[in-house]
Design a binder for this molecule. Sequence first.
Ligand SMILES: *[C@@H]1O[C@H](CO)[C@@H](O)[C@H](O)[C@H]1NC(C)=O
Ligand SMILES: *[C@@H]1O[C@H](CO)[C@@H](O)[C@H](O)[C@H]1NC(C)=O
Ligand SMILES: *[C@@H]1O[C@H](CO)[C@@H](O)[C@H](O)[C@H]1NC(C)=O
Ligand SMILES: *[C@@H]1O[C@H](CO)[C@@H](O)[C@H](O)[C@H]1NC(C)=O
Length: 434
Amino acid sequence: MILVVSSCKHYLAYTWRITRLSKCYLVVLYVLLIGVICIALSGLKGLQLYSRDTWVDKFRNGNQSAFALARYVKNICPKATKSKLATARNAHYCVHHKVMYCPVEKSGSTFWRRVFYLLHGWNKSYEHPFQVPVEKALSQHFESYIQLRLWKRGAIAPESFFMFMFVRNPYTRILSAYVDKVYPHNPVYWKKFGVPAIRTYRQNPSKLNLLCGHDATFEEFVKFVIQRVLSNKYMLEDVHFASISNMCNPCKVSYDFIGKMESFQSDSTFLLEQLGLENSLNAIGESFSNMSVYDAIVDSVNGPYSWRQDLTKYQCITWNQSLRRLWRKLQLRGIISFSQSYPFDGIDPTLISKEEYIQCAWNAHWFSTKEELEIQKENVLKEAYGSINEEDLTRFKSAFKSDFYLFGYDETPAFIINRMDPGSSYKYLSFVNI
Ligand SMILES: *[C@@H]1O[C@H](CO)[C@@H](O)[C@H](O)[C@H]1NC(C)=O
Ligand SMILES: *[C@@H]1O[C@H](CO)[C@@H](O)[C@H](O)[C@H]1NC(C)=O
Ligand SMILES: *[C@@H]1O[C@H](CO)[C@@H](O)[C@H](O)[C@H]1NC(C)=O
Ligand SMILES: *[C@@H]1O[C@H](CO)[C@@H](O)[C@H](O)[C@H]1NC(C)=O
């Protein structure tokens, strides 16, 4: 395997030299040839690895709660539906390590895609997942099932793979999708979620609302999500809100490990160890949560700065508003306390650099106490679901019924029981006075 990779690299290096020396068509030919050789060799590599002596058995019967959840799901699923060859829609495979991961958006999928990047060993200079650039991790397909089928027709042994996924409470997952994609400046998701939500559920929307989709409320978003999920049409679902059971097929695919977003750090640390990524764990040290928070800040800030040019096109919101919403987003996510107010009041927004913004957000995070942030997250949940009426709440439960049931989430947790009066107006999730 190492031999294969290094000989591939050697060929590529050789081709690179020719590029400079001779004509273009020769290079194209070489690249094609090498591509074919590499694909053929990786196919062989996969075949060779198919024996049952895997590390999987080593801890398939482990004691960690994520194993227990996987066993629980197996027990409560109807037996008849299981199938050895079933897979999940967008499952990622790493053939070399015999691992399959079903990504669930808003449940740590970026982190695990970065881990897959490391597992594939594409760039040895990254020591741990947080160093892998997000865009690199997201652009990989990680040996999708279709590819696997082509390479190893008949030879695939799915039961020899270690299969895992991470799940999340549907209430917090949908709120997280809203806070991450709809509330802040994000022309892509405004168009995808905001515009249809406003068009369908708002009475007398303005032209600008319909054009931009920039101010869809949580209530409108939830109505839109419920309708899409209940429609049961694959094309209408988006990975950010599709039910986890639909995406990952847990009654057909025999998962070994089902981690939870609610215990993400300990489940992930445990799994990284089992995957042989001790080096990553050592490099992360005690800084797992530090790195996650910093990463979340950088990622949140990058968005609006990369769409800044778009603002002049439609003038949906001003740059001033974009930066203010960004601050509020970090507060809604529980990264910055509401007591830390927007730090750039009275400063010309065009003069605020991305680096400065990140630094201020990071500082504000350190001025926020853990207790404060916990209470705040609970309050945001109570406010958000306070705007959802009983009828929609019932439909919400039915849209995500299998996620509640299979993964052991309470359909009526405390923040739903104690939510604000339906119909009360937004304070935290408001678009004005921020
Ligand atoms: C498994 O968990 C139980 C209860 O948490 C504990 O008592 C037991 O020692 C654990 N077994 C192993 C092998 O870790
Ligand atoms: C690998 O990572 C290093 C360090 O971040 C980076 O400088 C380099 O460009 C990367 N190489 C490739 C091929 O992506
Ligand atoms: C997290 O970051 C802060 C601020 O940079 C630093 O003071 C603290 O020591 C870090 N904590 C850990 C565990 O790395
Ligand atoms: C930015 O928005 C705030 C709040 O809406 C407002 O008070 C302030 O005057 C605005 N600043 C600029 C430069 O437009």
